[in-house]
Design a protein around this ligand. Structure first.
Ligand SMILES: C[S@@+](CC[C@H](N)C(=O)[O-])C[C@H]1O[C@@H](n2cnc3c(N)ncnc32)[C@H](O)[C@@H]1O
Length: 416
């Protein structure tokens, strides 16, 4: 069988944690994406080469950004090799660039069919062979593989088709644009992992439908402040890439696509540098001109709050947040305002029974909200339905999402 490759132009795929697809799609559309198509854990979209930089600079919710180059049908393993070898790789990449292959599998549209190819590590070897063989044919030499930080990170996604007879799957080949996750903002010290991925926190703020123009954002159990940072980024409409942009402008950091000859027109255009400079100007202006706190964080641990405040100080954002160290269910500030009260409370350690202290926290936060915050909304995230059930209120919306390996829920309550 001959394999027919479909070439894509200006087509991209943004990945996200499960449950955030809709808010990611909306964000991409707001940033200029068209022809969007949601799938599990991601959104495919189109945008011109001049404007993809807007997505790179301003997406708060995407985990990774990939450019889709080709797709083709496969029936058996050999088709994968034949299809990938028929790509003229040296036209896209250089011999001195290192590579990595990664295979992922989806399910068919009706969710009935799973991929017939089980061993993704083996498929990655097959992909590598196809690419190296094509380089050898064209140039008599092959590039090196680097599984840790390659110049070119290739993902081949297999989606089974709902055909009645036989097995048919669509292989979509894409290349990671940045070579790193967008879900890592870079404002934390190296040894301080965010307890919630920053892009997940950004997506949950959107799932809670926070309206920054008309509602305060108050995190009742703010811990290290991931949601506070993300709320500031949303409210001030600043680029979440604010730690990387200066390094890219100075040439100390190269996003992967800046090394690709076929994407020269993005990175070598004046627009690219202009947009980066404009993003940094806007960032500095917004941080400097807001002299009053715009977000509030609360946590009953003084020690945690001290560390969180130090984190804000380190990047010069300390004036944007006010803090309190109350018990979350005795919180009594901003009572007459319109607020989104947010909480990522402890989930509890014991799997067999619920921790009574934590159950009380959930219950009492709900009571405090019901009795005192008549103009507000309240959003709580948890992996534990039993604990959420301790809040004796009817949730206006319940949004499921994944947080690493955990299946979680975000419940949002309204009083207005
Ligand atoms: C799961 S952590 C929150 C993590 C946070 N989202 C972050 O980005 O670091 C829960 C936080 O709730 C705080 N906490 C627990 N019980 C509390 C209570 N009764 N009142 C206020 N804060 C509480 C803990 O000190 C902890 O920092």
């Amino acid at each position: 069988m001959s394999i027919v490759l479909k070439k894509h132009v200006n087509t991209y795929y943004a990945t996200c944690p499960k449950g955030l697809e809709e808010v990611l799609e909306q964000e991409l559309k707001n940033l200029g994406a068209t022809s969007t198509k949601m799938s599990s854990r991601g959104v495919q979209f189109k945008i011109s080469k001049e404007n993809i930089i807007d997505i790179i600079l301003y997406s708060r919710i995407a985990s990774r950004l990939q450019i889709i180059l080709f797709d083709f049908d496969v029936k058996k393993e050999k088709d994968i090799y034949i299809g990938l070898k028929s790509i003229n790789w040296p036209r896209f990449f250089n011999l001195n660039q290192t590579f990595k292959f990664n295979f992922t599998q989806g399910v068919s549209e009706t969710l009935k069919k799973k991929s017939q190819f089980k061993n993704t590590l083996y498929l990655a070897m097959l992909g590598k062979d196809a690419l190296c063989d094509r380089f050898n044919t064209e140039l008599g030499k092959r590039p090196y593989i680097d599984t840790k930080s390659p110049d070119v990170s290739i993902t081949c996604h297999l989606s089974p088709k709902d055909v009645k007879e036989g097995k048919k799957e669509r292989l979509t080949m894409m290349v990671d644009l940045l070579g790193s996750t967008l879900g890592h903002r870079g404002y934390r010290l190296r040894n301080q992992e965010a307890p919630v991925r920053e892009n997940l926190a950004a997506g949950l703020i959107d799932l809670a439908k926070w309206d920054p123009e008309n509602e305060n954002f108050i995190d009742l159990t703010c811990g290290s402040g991931t949601f506070l940072f993300e709320a500031i980024i949303k409210k001030l409409k600043i680029s979440p890439r604010f730690t990387q942009i200066p390094d890219v402008l100075d040439g100390n950091l190269k996003w992967n696509f800046q090394k690709y000859k076929f994407l020269d027109s993005i990175s070598k255009s004046n627009q690219f540098n202009n947009k980066l400079r404009a993003a940094m100007r806007h960032y500095k202006e917004k941080i400097a001109t807001n002299s009053e706190p715009i977000i509030h964080g609360n946590d009953f641990s003084r020690k945690t709050l001290d560390q969180t405040q130090t984190g804000f100080q380190r990047i010069g954002w300390h004036h944007l947040v006010s803090f309190s160290s109350k018990n979350a269910y005795k919180f009594d500030q901003f009572i007459d305002d319109k607020n989104l009260l947010f909480s990522n409370p402890p989930f509890g350690q014991r799997l067999d029974a619920i921790d009574e202290k934590i159950a009380t926290l959930y219950h009492e936060m709900g009571e405090n909200f019901k009795q005192n915050y008549k103009n507000s909304r309240f959003s709580v995230m948890s992996s534990d339905k039993q604990l959420l059930g301790k809040i004796r209120l009817r949730a206006e919306h319940k949004d499921p999402f994944s947080h690493g390996p955990l299946d979680c829920l975000l419940y949002t309550y309204h009083q207005m």
